[in-house]
Design a protein around this ligand. Structure first.
Ligand SMILES: NCCC[C@H](NC(=O)CCC(=O)O)C(=O)O
Length: 446
């Protein structure tokens, strides 16, 4: 075994963060549609989380925002002329399409890709597959730039393989790491990769939600496992409970999170819990790991409270002393049942002995909590040295980025502001500056 640690790559929130109600099935996105956002505060809240975790000694890095509005998308839909013409025409004919082209949704980097560490893959490299996110228009156009950014950071082909997204068709709906968890005895040792899917394209008899869409298919999960060269005995597929998708659990990471040998989940998370967890347990025994579940009963926390608090959209982080900290949003303290549950959890003598709270309200109002905001990449020391270093969070980078945000970001964005052609110029100037700060000159096609 080679020693390895988990890096969390948080999404740096882009300057066009706004509330457009684009995600049917995501309750927060729908409830906050057309309210005013504060992109500056959103970016600073995200940076504060990155800095605090880096200061605690957790390996922390970032993924950059994407260029917005997405003129390529707007042109492909028939809007022509100068940039200002395109924006004006799109706003007049279809403000929702303009909002899609302007979405800052790449901030939720858990959806950027699925990642398999080198200990698990066929060729011993770290594998990434950019997620096609084809269930939502505003997200379906993220993947080319996600792959480009990952290739810029993980450029050394001796260590890293970045795959393009799966075909963008319903059979292969792929939401990346939000529906994937890796369980292991140690990051540098072979682990078990758990894929949680919402529906099965080629088996109409399999359960499926009826109200809200299931974004991830079994077929997509299996394709990612093939691309990464994962071994069958160490790969487990479990179906998400369709009833909870219908209650607003649009990704599995809204109802379960895993780390090390621990799976923290709601009792209603999975369609056939007993059988699924038995398979997971057996696979883990094969790699010398003992599955430990922390199962939250409905009698203590309802699915509705889990969705509004984002209790499970937390980060479960291993500390140097062997215990784990749970990184949660402030909303968890505000919902009585969740607050009580968490206090009892840290007092129970189990693996989680600390809560770390953050104010992430700007992201939360669009349905993105601590776990949505980060992509986990377990790396050996050699791999960590081989990646681009300019994205690793340090105190200097934090201070530089705070000044960059203060300079370029607005503190209020309403739906009508997307029609302002100056906004596009501001985003452009900000990203030009950012690629210089991060030392990634080819990051954008600006
Ligand atoms: N992992 C969390 C993802 C949240 C994201 N929300 C959004 O895209 C909302 C955007 C808006 O409505 O403006 C989504 O649903 O995919």
């Amino acid at each position: 075994m080679r020693p390895a640690r988990e890096y969390n790559f948080d999404g740096l929130v882009g300057p066009s963060h706004n509330y457009a109600g684009l995600s049917f099935g995501n309750v927060a996105s729908f409830n906050n549609v057309k309210s005013a956002s504060n992109p500056k505060q959103a970016a600073l809240q995200g940076l504060a989380k990155m800095r605090a975790l880096a200061q605690r000694g957790f390996a922390q890095a970032l993924l950059p925002p994407q260029d917005r509005p997405n003129f390529r998308l707007l042109r492909s839909l028939g809007f022509t002329g100068s940039d200002a013409d395109i924006i004006a025409k799109a706003y007049k004919e279809s403000p929702v399409i303009l909002a899609c082209a302007y979405s800052a949704s790449p901030m939720w980097t858990a959806n950027a890709a699925t990642v398999s560490p080198s200990a698990d893959t066929g060729d011993g490299r770290v594998h990434f597959t950019a997620a096609n996110l084809n269930n939502k228009l505003h997200r379906a156009f993220e993947h080319p730039q996600s792959a480009r950014a990952l290739r810029a950071i993980f450029h050394d082909k001796r260590y890293f393989a970045v795959h393009d997204a799966l075909p963008g068709t319903p059979a292969f709906g792929d939401e990346g790491a939000a529906n994937h968890t890796r369980l292991c005895a140690a990051h540098g040792k072979e682990g078990v990769e758990l894929f949680v899917y919402g529906r099965v394209e080629f088996d109409p008899s399999a359960p499926a939600p009826t109200r809200y869409p299931a974004r991830q298919t079994l077929e997509a999960s299996q394709a990612v496992a093939r691309l990464h060269g994962l071994v069958d005995e160490r790969t487990v597929y479990i179906q998400q409970n369709p009833d909870v998708i219908d209650q607003g659990v649009f990704h599995n990471d809204v109802i379960a999170v895993g780390n090390g040998n621990v799976l923290f989940h709601h009792e209603q998370a999975f369609a056939d819990e007993a059988a699924g967890l038995a398979r997971l347990k057996a696979a883990m025994e094969g790699v010398g790991a003992q599955l430990q579940t922390i199962r939250v009963p409905t009698s203590e926390v309802s699915v509705q409270d889990a969705v509004s608090s984002y209790l499970f959209n937390s980060q479960l982080l291993s500390k140097a002393d062997g215990k784990m900290a749970l990184v949660i949003p402030h909303e968890c303290e505000e919902i009585g049942a969740v607050d009580r549950y968490l206090k009892a959890l840290v007092a129970s003598g189990g693996p989680v002995d600390e809560l770390i709270h953050f104010d992430l309200r700007q992201s939360m109002r669009n349905g993105g909590g601590p776990a949505c905001l980060r992509l986990r990449v377990a790396l050996t020391d050699e791999e960590a040295n081989a990646m681009h270093q300019g994205v690793v969070m340090t105190e200097t980078l934090y201070q530089t980025l705070v000044a960059w945000v203060e300079k370029h970001y607005r503190d209020r964005l309403e739906p009508a502001d997307l029609a302002d052609p100056k906004l596009a110029q501001e985003v452009h100037a900000a990203l030009e500056d950012l690629s210089r700060i991060l030392g990634l000159p080819g990051l954008y096609e600006l």
